[in-house]
Design a protein around this ligand. Structure first.
Ligand SMILES: C[S@@+](CC[C@H](N)C(=O)[O-])C[C@H]1O[C@@H](n2cnc3c(N)ncnc32)[C@H](O)[C@@H]1O
Length: 245
């Protein structure tokens, strides 16, 4: 289920969303392990208390004439943590987040698991705020943000990609599948509310599917390995070497 097919009364939905947001923020507190992330998060919430990210996204999409489009949503840390544990993220990893919103996921993954993160986002206001917070709380350069259309990216070197497709149209999800098909064999794609192996079975193999908690309820989180079906890791290494040569 997601907000597009929940079909509930808008007023009830607003209160339910507010209650769930408060609850998830409370639960999220136990994920604020490090002081830099705690300060980053408090500062981020303070800024967006005055200009809601939902409203910013709405304005951005209205200006582009996408009047019916849903643009924003956040992955709760409890769900992001479940993804990171399944991927066994470590300091040697680099994670690309497609549509990173306000940048909190990138900051958290980096501070919790020591990995490098790159967040790409189309809304300039999110990125300018994220960059300021990043420079202040994560000056070591582990976290990078970039204001760009995700579909202009070169994916050939990306080993781990996270994308929340909840607010995307079917056509847009298809485009994401095409984009991520350009990742190297053996890479991992994590997608919320999108079954990439159904769209491109020749390129994405489902590794894990599990329910992730979101503000609107539970949604399917899928981890795909990139590559043709039935290829073992040794073959993938050889195929990648052949590509490099
Ligand atoms: C549902 S939000 C997810 C935010 C964040 N990834 C999270 O899970 O908390 C989707 C984000 O993708 C961004 N987005 C959508 N299409 C995009 C595109 N073509 N290029 C870059 N960002 C895009 C939206 O602006 C929005 O911030």
């Amino acid at each position: 289920m997601n907000w597009k097919n929940a079909g509930e009364n808008a007023f009830v939905g607003w209160f339910r969303a507010l209650f769930t947001e408060a609850l998830l923020s409370l639960v999220g507190l136990r994920y604020c392990f490090t002081l830099p992330f705690l300060f980053f998060e408090l500062h981020r919430r303070w800024i967006y208390f005055f200009c809601s990210p939902w409203a910013i996204s709405r304005r951005f999409l209205d200006q582009r004439g996408e009047l019916d489009a849903q643009g924003y949503g956040e992955t709760p840390l409890v769900t992001l943590g479940a993804v990171a544990e399944r991927l066994q993220l470590s300091e040697s990893d680099t994670v690309l987040e497609l549509g990173c919103g306000t940048g909190r996921n990138c900051a958290w993954l980096s501070s919790r698991y020591g990995c490098k993160t790159l967040g790409v986002e189309q809304v300039p206001q999110y990125i300018s705020i994220a960059e300021k917070l990043n420079a202040r709380y994560f000056p070591q350069g582990q976290v990078t943000f970039c204001c760009e259309d995700m579909f202009s990216l070169d994916m050939s070197a990306q080993q781990i990609v996270y994308v929340d497709c909840t607010a995307m149209s079917e056509a847009c999800i298809r485009q994401v599948a095409f984009l991520c098909a350009g990742m190297p064999n053996g890479a991992y794609l994590v997608a919320v509310n999108a079954n990439m192996s159904e769209l491109m079975p020749e390129r994405f193999q489902t590794e894990r599917v599990f329910p992730g908690l979101f503000i609107w309820g539970w949604s399917d989180v899928r981890i795909f390995s990139v590559g043709p079906p039935g290829v073992e890791n040794a073959d993938i290494d050889q195929a990648n070497e052949a590509l490099v040569l």
